[in-house]
Design a protein around this ligand. Structure first.
Ligand SMILES: Cc1cc2nc3c(=O)[nH]c(=O)nc-3n(C[C@H](O)[C@H](O)[C@H](O)COP(=O)(O)OP(=O)(O)OC[C@H]3O[C@@H](n4cnc5c(N)ncnc54)[C@H](O)[C@@H]3O)c2cc1C
Length: 511
């Protein structure tokens, strides 16, 4: 039976109601273009949503609103009123064996905090590597140990990096560390502490301020959805795209699963923020085998958060703390009460224990109650709250939180881009997983804004240049995800990982 058909050849169909999809939709309704947004889940905001459970609100990761792209900053302030934004002090530290250390890491602060015996061992270990440098410095491990010594490397670099990426640090390429850590080394730090240059002040990056919507980032995306609907657009929830029909070198319609039925939407263009690998796999007629293989070759790192309700007194002033203590699986802990008092309830706060996982692995597959038990136990093990202080817990699993950059990802993305350009140039990938790019909200949104100008105004923006060249309509951009606890600054946010090791358990058959 033929699918019921909706829409028109004027409609722009948008896959995904995350930041990229909703930004595109708002921009299109502002220009009176008919638009339909199809969202697979029951929530707007994608990875930038704010989850609400029993009146507790929490983020997937904690989302700072920080950008050097002026257009994006203006847009945020058009959507939310000034008094709906809080100016939050930013603070995060590293937890190791019950002690808290400055973040970004400052070697002298680290040595002082570790105590005299461990500090002497770390210095001796550093002197050792000066004489016996690691043979292979092409890896993250060798490169970092050469600059900090093995002991400091193990305490402040190895554990968290391995938890985050899920592979040994010996298998991560050094260039990423070189870009992030730059000239920092224990030797330089000690020298600068002993002989400060005239006028040198301590880098005060530990605390600064950022914008945060009162009720979390989801507030921004709920409001954006309302603007789209008020402007005559459709935003359909629980309506995943299942096919894109293309003919004569263009996409002509989209099929979505709406209310248990397949519904066809005619379209002029498709703006897609759904994962790029899935987009290419729903093309009808199907893409050639070589393109399919490239699509299946894209990989991800997944994420889950266990939000635990505890007394406010068990919280901490930091927005989040990096966990470097060995023996626990948790990678980072958010204190949502430190993000906004409007997320939590009187006298209590909500701590988000974050686990970096692969979809389908052991942790991912644990029942929610067992994850809450594990998180509660780890919180107590870290000395943050006693087991009986934990009132309740909620689990949120986030597939495809991080697009993985492996040795083949660039070539795979190129194959997909080329196929789209040749066979369906009116399908426009945008955003983070949409472009398989480590984009934050601002860059995800910016790709959507430029794409709308390409469609409506016939502009010729190369959206693939966003978040590549600092001078592409912006200044140098600071990383907001802080995947790696050293210096902040520009640079690639993700390392290149070896392909065979990044195979996600559930993806093992896809080679
Ligand atoms: C731990 C963590 C912390 C972060 N911190 C920050 C931060 O502090 N500041 C910041 O600016 N950014 C941060 N980010 C990045 C930010 O979350 C993303 O850049 C942003 O959400 C990407 O927007 P998007 O619309 O491209 O994709 P997404 O947010 O992934 O949205 C895509 C949407 O498409 C939907 N979808 C998928 N498949 C289909 C389909 N077949 N049909 C229809 N819909 C589909 C999804 O359900 C989703 O709603 C963080 C990310 C993580 C993982």
């Amino acid at each position: 039976m033929a699918e019921p058909e909706q829409g028109s050849q004027q409609h722009v169909v948008i896959a995904g109601a995350g930041p990229a999809g909703l930004t595109a939709a708002v921009e299109l309704v502002r220009r009176d273009r008919p638009v339909v947004v199809l969202e697979a889940t029951d929530a707007v905001g994608g990875i930038s949503q704010t989850v609400e459970r029993d009146g507790w609100r929490f983020d997937i990761g904690g989302h700072r609103f920080f950008t050097k792209v002026k257009r994006v900053d203006d847009w945020w302030h058009e959507i939310l009123a000034d008094d709906e934004f809080l100016q939050r002090p930013r603070m995060s530290r590293i937890s190791y064996q019950g002690k808290l250390f400055d973040y970004p890491l400052k070697p002298m602060n680290a040595l002082r905090g570790l105590g005299i015996i461990e500090a002497v061992r770390c210095i001796a270990s550093y002197l050792w590597v000066r004489v016996h440098p690691p043979k292979d410095q092409s890896t993250f491990e060798g490169w970092t140990a050469a600059r900090f010594g093995w002991r400091l490397y193990r305490i402040f670099f190895k554990t968290y990096t391995e938890k985050l990426w899920g592979i040994p640090a010996t298998e991560i390429q050094a260039d990423w560390a070189a870009q992030r850590i730059k000239n920092l080394s224990l030797g330089n730090a000690v020298w600068n502490a002993l002989f400060p240059k005239k006028g040198q002040t301590e880098i005060t990056t530990l605390i600064d301020r950022f914008n945060y919507p009162k009720y979390g980032p989801g507030m921004m995306w709920e409001r954006a959805r309302d603007i789209v609907v008020d402007g005559g657009g459709d935003v359909l929830m629980e309506s995943p795209l299942v096919a894109i029909n293309h003919k004569g070198g263009r996409a002509v319609s989209v099929v979505a699963r709406v209310g248990g039925k397949n519904v066809k939407y005619a379209c002029s263009d498709v703006i897609s923020s759904m994962p790029m690998n899935e987009l290419l796999q729903i093309m009808q007629p199907p893409v050639p085998e070589k393109v399919l293989a490239a699509a299946r070759g894209l990989r991800y790192r997944d994420f889950l958060t266990v939000a635990l309700v505890v007394p406010q007194s068990a919280g901490f002033p930091d927005n989040w703390i990096y966990i470097h203590t060995p023996g626990v699986k948790v990678g980072r802990i958010q204190n949502f009460g430190s993000w906004s008092p409007y997320l939590v309830k009187d006298g209590r706060t909500c701590l988000g224990l974050e686990y970096f996982v692969n979809e389908g692995d052991e942790l991912w597959s644990l029942p929610d109650e067992e994850l809450v038990t594990l998180a509660t136990k780890e919180l107590a093990q870290l000395g943050i709250a006693d087991v009986d202080q934990v009132e309740r817990g909620y689990v949120v699993r986030v597939p495809k939180a991080y697009p993985v950059y492996d040795e083949d990802y660039r070539a795979n993305v190129d194959v997909l881009r080329t196929w789209l350009a040749d066979n369906a140039p009116n399908v426009h990938p945008v955003g983070r997983n949409g472009m398989h790019k480590y984009n934050n909200q601002d860059h995800s949104m910016f790709t959507a804004m430029l794409t709308v100008e390409n469609i409506v105004d016939g502009a010729n923006h190369d959206v693939w240049q966003v978040n590549v060249e600092d001078d592409y309509h912006e200044g140098a951009v600071e990383s907001t995800e802080e995947a790696y606890p050293t210096e902040r600054g520009t640079g690639r946010d993700a390392p290149i990982l070896p392909r065979r090791k990044t195979a996600v358990a559930a993806d093992e058959d896809v080679a």
